[in-house]
Write a protein that binds this ligand. Structure first.
Ligand code: PMP
Length: 313
């Protein structure tokens, strides 16, 4: 696995921007004891000429956090304007000069012992991390079908990015990397394909682009939605949100993950079976090129997907 750079030195914590090392919570809080926190992962693409960080689909991430606090009953009603202001201030304070990743959390800082949601001391924090490539998007990744099944939505909501839920992803990623793979594909209890440990999955078969529907225990990925939109509206591909199973994975023509950190990461093999001819497939290539053009601010038509933050004064 690639080593990541250390986080940026300033974070948002308990209502203000502070040094990251001061952003500490007591061991008693429910966020630590019971995994009572939700998170977002937001990517900023740094453009060195104008010294601007272009944040990808910021409002969509905020909206998904609002959905999450409806599902997981946290008291968090910050406006989008306030959220955007904090992201902007933090970016400037950290003097960001790399592609980066924002990690907001809404969490329970209540220290009482009963495992319920008290809504007594819910807080938001944000820290930032330099982030280039999370998975190698250039040479194709090797994945395995995990022996761990995805936690179904009727056990813990998979739509809310609950920190505690990510033990499921961690088990799958740990198993995969210990076996020499880059990542894992998690299956659903019904035998259908769910997603990666931290990314949605797409499959191409006979020129049709498939991805599991949102009823398949997966996250409603913002990249997933962006790729479906681009495939349909810009590339003219036939797309279907439909369940598929393990055998269809092995026999697919092209396979790739999508996500804020994963971006568009194409899959070279699953369980050591080559996908297609083991090379970047033509439909994935088109999707990947278009996606990177947009996030790097080279496609005016999709400028509204980016929130520019000028780092220098
Ligand atoms: N599935 C899971 C389990 C994830 O953690 C992520 C990353 N947030 C995704 C899918 C991709 O979602 P998005 O495109 O919104 O980052």
């Amino acid at each position: 696995m690639k080593k990541l750079d250390p986080p940026y030195p300033y974070a948002y914590f308990e209502g203000k921007v502070t040094k990251l090392e001061k952003a500490k919570i007591p061991i008693t809080v429910k966020a630590f004891q019971y995994g009572q926190a939700i998170f977002a992962g937001i990517k900023g693409y740094y453009e060195p000429v104008s010294q601007t960080v272009n944040v990808f689909r910021l409002q969509d991430h905020y909206n998904r956090m609002l959905d999450a606090v409806k599902i997981i009953p946290f008291k968090w009603n910050m406006s989008y304007a306030e959220f955007k202001k904090i992201i902007t201030n933090l970016t400037k304070k950290n003097q960001v000069k790399t592609n980066c990743y924002y990690r907001p959390n809404v969490y329970s800082a209540d220290p009482t012992i009963v495992p319920t949601f008290t809504r007594a001391n819910d807080q938001m924090s944000i820290y930032m991390q330099p982030l280039g490539e999370y998975l190698d998007t250039s040479k194709g990744i090797k994945v395995m079908v995990s022996s761990w099944l995805r936690t179904p939505d009727n056990s813990i909501s998979v739509k809310a990015k609950v920190t505690g839920l990510y033990v499921n992803s961690s088990l799958a990623k740990y198993e995969a990397t210990n076996n020499g793979y880059d990542d894992a594909i998690l299956m659903n209890p019904d035998g259908s394909v769910c997603e990666g440990s931290g990314a949605n999955i797409f499959m191409v078969k006979n020129k049709v682009l498939y991805t599991p529907p949102l009823e398949a225990n997966n996250l409603a990925g913002i990249t997933r939605r962006s790729i479906l939109h681009l495939a349909q509206n810009e590339l003219g591909f036939e797309t279907q949100e439909r369940k598929f199973d393990r055998s269809q994975l092995y026999a697919s023509d092209e396979l790739f993950f999508t996500g804020t950190a994963a971006q568009v990461s194409w899959i070279k093999s699953v369980d050591q079976r080559l996908i297609g001819n083991g090379k970047l497939g033509p439909m994935t290539r088109k999707i990947k090129d278009l996606f990177f053009n947009i996030v790097q601010g080279r496609d005016q038509k999709y400028a509204s997907w980016l929130t520019p933050i000028r780092v220098s004064k």
